[in-house]
Every structure is written in C-alpha cells, then in structure tokens.
Design a protein around this ligand. Structure first.
Ligand code: XCC
Ligand code: SF4
Length: 630
C-alpha cells in the first residue's frame, strides 16, 4: 500500500498557493489572523445569557472574579454553555430528521417523491407498531411519517426507541432521569434551564444536556437515517472516487454540499435528465459532473456512487480550483465565506433552504412539493454558467483515490452472514459479528466520526488514528468528514487490509471488505448505535460492556458535542482530539473525564495526539474484553 497522505497534502498545498496568487483567503488564513483565541472563551467561562453581563469569571479557582453578577460560578457557566452546545447540535440533526419526515409525508406512487426501500419501510413500521398486513405501502409510509413527526413534540411519555436499544441501557437512563421525552421538548428544556436565574447546579445541567443529546442520537438522527433509507434506499457497497481530482475539465461541475438528502437526491436524479444533458452539450460541455461534499457527499455517494469532492476544509478550495460551475448547498457546515469567495471566480454559490440563507449568494429555494422540477431549475443555472469558466485560471489537482462506500448495518450483517453461513433466524442476525468479536479475531470496533478543524492538521488526525486501530485488529466505522479523510487516503478499499492486523485482515479477506467501513453522514452515527445495540442485545450485556469505542479527532461543530454526549450516554467512550470549552470548570473536567463513567459506564477522553489516543482506545477495548471475559 502506498502512503497517499503526502500526495494529498501536495494537492492541497497547490490549491492554497493558488488562493494566495488569486488574492483570496481561506479558513486557514482567517485562523491565523484570529491570533490567540480568547482564554475565557476557550475555558468556557464567558457568559452573556443576560444583559447584566457579559460576565467572564476566572478559569483558575481561588483567583480573580469567582462568579458572574448573578452569582453563577465557573462550574455553572461552563455547564450552561456546554448544555446549549448540545441543544444546538441536537436541534440541527433533529430538524434535518424532521424535514425528511415532512418529505415522506408528500410521497405518492405517481408523484415526484417515491419510496425506494419497502423492506426498511416494514422494519420502521414495526418500530412504531403500525399495521402493515395487506396495506398499501404509501399508506404505511404516511402512518410512519405521522408517528415520527409525533416524536418531535408529543406532550406526554418518552420517545419510541429502536428495538436495538438494550433494556439495561433504557433502565439506566430512567434511573438517572435522562430518558428523552420528545425531541423538541428536551431541547427547549435546556434553553429554559440555562436562562438567567434557572438551573444553578452543574450536574443537573449535564443531565439535561444528556437528555437533549440522547434525543438526537436515538431520536432525531435515528429518524433521519430511517426515513432517508425508506425514501432513497438503504445503502449497500458501491465504488466511488474521492478528493478534488474528481472535478472534470470538460464537464459542467456541480458540487452538492450540506446535509439533507432530499435536495441532493433530486439533483442527482435530475442531472441525468436528457433535456439537461442536451443543454450542457449545447453549451459546449461534454456532460454534467455531480460531486458531493461533507455529509451530503456521504449521502449521495453511499446510495449512488457519486464522487466525493472533499470534506469541510475543502469547500473553499473547491471554488479556488476555478472549475466549479455551481456549489449548491442546503443546511449546516456551509461557510458564509463562500459568498465573497465565489465572487472572485465564476462559481455560482446557490443557497436553497429558508433555514440557511446567506447574504450575497444566489438564492433559489428548493421546492419540496416538486423536487424534480425544482432541481432541474437549479441545475440549469450551473449549465448556463459553464461558458463563464476562465480556462486560464483553472487548477484541478490530479489527486483522487478509489473507495468503496455504503456499509449500512444491514449490509455488514448480511455480508458476515453469507460467509459464516450460520443459517440463523431473523432475530439473531448479528450472531456472526458477535462470533468474530467474542473469539477475538476482531478485538473490537471503533467509530471515527466528525469534522475538520484548522486547529489540527487537516485529515491527518483521522488517518493516523485509524491506521493504528486497524493495525491492532480493531474494525473501524467512519461517517461524516472523517469518512472523506480516509477515502482520500485510499483506505476505503479492500486492499487496505494489508495495513490491518492478522485477525481483521483475515475477516476482510474472507468478506472482500475494507478494514474501514463507510457508514454515511453524521446522522448515520445512528447506524453505529444500532449495530452496537444489537450486538449488546445478542450477547445479553449493556453497550457499555462491549469492546467498542468512538472518537472525533478533528471535531468543531456543536453537532459533534451532541454526538459525543449521546455516544457516552449510550455507553461508548468518546475521544476528542480538540479540547472542548470546559477547562475553566473543575466540576466539568472531573465529571466529563471521570465521574461520568459512574453514571453511564463510559466517559470522555481528550487527547490531541491521534496515535496516543488510539493507544488508549486499544487499551480500553482490551479492558472491556476482560470485563466480560472474552
Ligand atoms: Fe459538518 Fe456533517 Fe462536522 Fe463535516 S462532520 S464538518 S458537522 S459535515 Ni458531520
Ligand atoms: Fe452574568 Fe449571570 Fe447574566 Fe451570565 S446570566 S451574563 S453570569 S449575570
């Protein structure tokens, strides 16, 4: 296996140099201009929750100002800020889920929104106890939409959980009082309790933050994945290519960036419309080249093999290539800088969602009741922009790597089943997976997720951590921008088994799978929860007993904080490669890094060095194995 890391860096440097030459700035430039970040902000001890403040209290106990004007201590201020990060992250993922539910509501046999996966539909109907016998699938689908919508704002009771959630875990949540009630309610609770003069107890705030985060993982995100699979099909392995080298010299290049697959699915389908292809040819292009970025990139690649243009820190570089006719976005992780940047090139920066309008972008609303027609209108803008490309200022890097993506839980289970051929009933499908873990052929599993952050070397933390893990027979599941990082590094290929330890290598060889499995976008971390829950149920243990770990080595978003929190709350240790803004609170540091384990059987770790973190992860996996005697 050649090491592609250096090649990738060279391609990136080429574009950064071009940016300099073109006189445009990127996130790295702005990061440098920002100088040293504010110490109070970094420690989480700055509060502006009311107009008596802003207050900033000393991050060092016993020194300086010890409380805000209202008397909130560093512990309380940090906890409130942390809880609000979780609430915001949960809101983002969950509102994405809600959008898809509303989209499913519009599905009809003869309309522009159709159901592609009846098997998944039946499985989800079962979760909501919806009658399926002899009924039309669209009627079932509308009942599912109804039931799922109810999860957001139901007035009483708790969320309806996937059967993958172990009973022991649910009981533990009930004991701690963190079982999510309804998604919106638990987010609102955090906003209420963090208002001036409400909760002044740090532990109480972390509990509420946990409840809102669990409402994301087992609620909003889980629903987003389920409904996406029903509408657009459950992913199965497919070949693709990754990195900015996927842009084409002689085609209309379109980059889809954002999160909700309703827009991107429609663009992908409409880009094959003969009328649009003819228009592209009439404009002098050889065709239309649709590529994906960030989580949207994951959504469309895992269902259609659409090429992966790159992750979070590459969105500006995509424009800098000078070869992108349109950057089409919906919600989340879209840098507002793209508006100004795209003015220096011919790229049309097209915003489409009323939830994420950006000044100086071209706004064309994606009309969800006529998605195909709406998508065609948006693509037309890109095609008509092809003639404006300045051929003298184009730089498409040569770098791209092949990758295999789209390992849904269903696929992984099926793949193992074929090989082990244990001929088991439908309720025991994870048995083969459990067998390879119990026998020790695989030591355990790690979910590596999350963003890029200019505080860390781009992609390197993901790649280095993952290489160490697979070398130690830990199978790795990737989602989000982490997935792009390893795709670019050429590690999402069966050949990457050469870098794996002997056990993992054997399993990969038998199944013809890579040692690192692409599970999708960040809401698809629900797939990680599902697989962990089913494994725990099969072994008759709780998730916290499993040799399973998680990490976000380059995280930056509030969504990532919600994810980390629900992962720990689900019983899986989570390693963060970027220090969260909590260091000003002795309670926070002790709770998140220690005491949380007493509550959830799992806790946070903070380690910036990806290899050191990976060593800790392997140690923890071995300790868990010992604990359940496997
Ligand atoms: Fe965003 Fe989801 Fe982070 Fe990537 S990984 S930068 S949140 S696109 Ni979700
Ligand atoms: Fe200051 Fe309290 Fe107001 Fe925060 S809520 S700004 S700590 S007075």
């Amino acid at each position: 296996m050649e090491d592609r890391g250096l090649l990738i860096k060279a391609a990136q440097d080429q574009l950064l140099e071009k940016a300099k030459k073109d006189g445009v700035e990127t996130a790295w430039d702005r990061k440098e201009a920002m100088k040293t970040p504010c110490g109070f902000g970094s420690a989480g001890v700055c509060c502006r929750n009311c107009a008596m403040g802003p207050c900033r209290v000393s991050p060092t106990p016993g020194k300086g100002v010890s409380a805000g004007i209202c008397g909130a201590t560093a512990d309380v201020i940090v906890a409130r800020n942390f809880a609000r990060m979780c609430a915001a992250g949960s809101a983002a993922h969950s509102d994405h889920g809600r959008s898809l539910v509303l989209y499913l509501e519009e599905a009809s046999r003869d309309g522009q929104i159709q159901i592609k996966d009846e098997k998944k539909l039946m499985a989800v109907a079962k979760k909501y106890s919806i009658e399926t016998e002899g009924r039309d699938v669209y009627d079932i689908a509308h009942d599912i939409a109804d039931a799922a919508l109810n999860e957001f704002g139901k007035p009483r009771g708790n969320l309806i959980f996937s059967p993958a959630l172990p009973k022991k875990r649910k009981e533990l949540w009930d004991r701690l009082g963190v079982t999510p009630r309804s998604i919106d309610r638990d987010i609102v609770s955090v906003m209420h309790s963090t208002h001036i003069g409400c909760s002044g107890d740090a532990k109480n705030l972390y509990d509420m933050a946990m409840r809102a985060s669990l409402a994301d993982g087992w609620g909003g995100s889980y629903i987003a994945t389920e409904i996406s699979d029903i509408l657009f099909k459950t992913p199965s392995p497919v070949q693709t290519e990754a990195n900015l080298g996927v842009l084409e010299d002689n085609q209309v290049n379109i980059i889809l960036h954002g999160h909700e697959p309703s827009l991107s699915e429609s663009i992908v389908a409409a880009a094959e419309d003969p009328e649009l292809i003819a228009l592209a040819k009439a404009e002098g292009a050889e065709g239309i080249n649709v590529c994906g970025m960030c989580c949207t990139g994951n959504e469309v690649t895992m269902r259609h093999g659409i090429k992966m243009a790159g992750n979070f820190l590459q969105q500006e570089l995509a424009v800098v290539t000078g070869a992108v006719e349109a950057l089409i976005v919906d919600v989340q992780c879209i840098m507002p800088s793209l508006a100004k940047l795209s003015k220096s090139y011919h790229t049309k920066f097209i915003t489409t969602s009323p939830k994420a309008k950006i000044t100086d972008s071209t706004y064309i609303e994606f009309e969800e009741h006529r998605p195909y027609d709406s998508a065609k209108e948006i693509i037309r803008e890109a095609i008509l922009n092809y003639k404006n490309r300045n051929r003298d200022n184009v730089l498409i890097p040569n770098e791209k790597s092949k990758a295999v993506v789209g390992f849904s839980t269903e696929t992984i289970v099926d793949a193992l089943d074929t090989v082990v051929n244990s001929n088991i009933g439908p309720m025991q499908t994870v048995k083969p997976l459990a067998d390879v873990v119990v026998s020790g052929v695989l030591r355990g599993a790690a979910a590596i997720v999350g963003c890029n952050n200019p505080k860390n070397p781009h992609d390197t933390c993901h790649v280095e951590m993952i290489k160490y893990l697979i070398a130690h027979d830990v199978i790795v599941l990737v989602t989000g921008c982490a997935a792009h990082a390893v795709a670019k590094a050429g590690l999402l290929l069966p050949e990457a088994k050469e870098l794996a330890g002997p056990g993992l290598k054997t399993v990969c060889g038998l199944l013809g799978i890579p040692p690192i499995l692409h599970q999708g976008s960040c809401v698809d971390i629900s797939r990680n929860l599902q697989i962990a829950g089913e494994l725990a149920n099969h072994l008759g243990v709780d998730i916290s007993d499993l040799p399973v770990v998680g990490a976000a080595p380059e995280w930056m978003s509030e969504k990532a904080v919600a994810i980390g929190t629900y992962v720990v709350g689900s019983g899986i240790d989570a390693w963060l490669g970027v220090v969260p803004p909590v260091t000003g609170s002795p309670f926070a540091v002790d709770y998140l890094l220690n005491k949380m384990e007493e509550d959830y059987g799992a806790k946070f770790y903070v380690e910036a060095d990806p290899v050191k973190a990976a060593e800790q992860m392997v140690q923890r996996i071995e300790a868990k194995r010992k604990k359940i005697n496997i």
